[in-house]
Write a protein that binds this ligand. Structure first.
Ligand code: AMP
Length: 357
């Protein structure tokens, strides 16, 4: 049997020259595994289920085929259709990141994106919708808000729906909005569903809204990098803060994420660490959107080197490298533990400290 030729370039995946060039411009030299496997099926018009996590390149895996379809339609019809694709994300930060990747890849073709997320003025978003964007990236609640209240806005022309981080889109907060959205968008469409984990609810959603999907798995489930060191400290509850400070000062990590269970704990720990001279910053669902983005940017830029977060910051965020992850609280359910494990994949030479009490 002839040996299968390994696909090496974006061009070989079937992407048009404009998009190959766009990938080069954003610094992507070769397709990631999920891109190499997903893009050819997507270009054939198939629905997709991608089991992939942040860092796998999954955004490119769904954005590039959508952009290619837009380009082809624009060429045939000489107009670029508005409200062509909608991407649903469970968090505001992830939605903004997805839109940034679309805009970067679509910069050569004058792509317009609108981000519809909570915590931001509805009016501003209504104005963005008035510009008839090609791509809408949204959290489910705010999208439903606009579909109900923004005059003239509908997704009746939608051709592509992406459900990103589907496992998290299916929690109680979003399930109702998601059902409502699925009821008002066209059934004739392509659907891509990406999820880090395959839960019962994701399987149900897949049956409800995908047609003969191709399943692609990007990484072995919950694997960790070889160089990762994992440790736990079993300490008395009343000395937990003390141990945390000890670890933060003793381990020479240039960037650390500390996961806590509650929003209050993020604030208290950040205050304590700042008083002790550490460059810590909290991020949680209790903060305004602009503060959340500000905190994230300070951490990414290295201005602060300790990010104290609840699970709002744990998934889908594109933080290039983290040296150490500390689970300050044992997550109450195993799924949250999985969330933290994703960070292990991002660690280069990292050290994970699981602290118990
Ligand atoms: P994602 O998993 O989509 O959130 O992407 C994580 C990061 O990988 C982002 O910073 C992307 O810009 C980057 N990325 C995506 N695809 C590629 C690629 N083929 N080559 C290099 N970097 C990539």
């Amino acid at each position: 049997m002839a040996e299968e030729k390994e696909v090496k370039t974006f061009k070989e995946l079937g992407l048009r020259d404009e998009l190959v060039e766009a990938c080069e411009n954003v610094g992507w030299k070769t397709p990631s595994k999920i891109q190499a496997e997903a893009i050819p099926h997507a270009l054939e018009g198939k629905d997709l289920i991608g089991l992939a996590q942040t860092g796998s390149g999954k955004t490119g895996a769904f954005a590039l085929p959508i952009l290619q379809a837009l380009l082809e339609i624009a060429e045939n019809q000489r107009t670029v259709p508005a409200f062509f694709a909608c991407v649903l994300s469970p968090t505001r930060e992830l939605a903004i990141q997805i839109s940034e990747q679309f805009e970067a890849l679509g910069s050569g073709i004058s792509l317009r994106c609108a981000v519809l997320v909570g915590g931001v003025d509805m009016m501003q978003q209504t104005l963005a919708l008035g510009k008839r964007p090609h791509i809408v990236v949204a959290t489910p609640g705010r999208l439903m808000d606009h579909l109900t209240n923004t005059k003239g806005f509908s997704l009746g022309t939608l051709k592509y729906l992406v459900l990103d981080e589907a496992d998290r889109l299916l929690n109680d907060d979003f399930e109702k909005s998601l059902d409502e959205i699925l009821n008002v968008i066209p059934r004739m469409r392509q659907t891509y569903l990406f999820s880090a984990t395959m839960t019962k609810k994701v399987k149900k959603l897949q049956r409800a809204c995908l047609k003969n999907p191709v399943k692609i798995e990007a990484a072995s489930k919950y694997s960790t990098v070889d160089t990762l060191k994992q440790q736990y400290r079993f300490v008395p509850a009343k000395y937990k803060d003390c141990y945390l400070v000890y670890i933060l000062t003793e381990v020479s990590a240039s960037s650390t994420m500390v996961f806590t269970r509650t929003c209050d704990a993020t604030r208290l720990l950040a205050l304590m660490l700042r008083n002790l001279g550490q460059r810590a910053i909290p991020i949680s669902g209790h903060m305004s959107q602009s503060k959340r983005l500000g905190a994230l940017n300070k951490f990414k830029a290295g201005e602060c080197n300790i990010l104290i977060c609840t699970d709002v910051a744990s998934r889908g965020l594109d933080i290039p490298s983290v040296d150490m992850v500390i689970n300050y609280d044992i997550p109450t359910n195993s799924k949250v533990r999985i969330i933290s494990i994703e960070w292990e994949e991002r660690l280069v030479q990292g050290e994970l400290v699981l602290q118990s009490h």
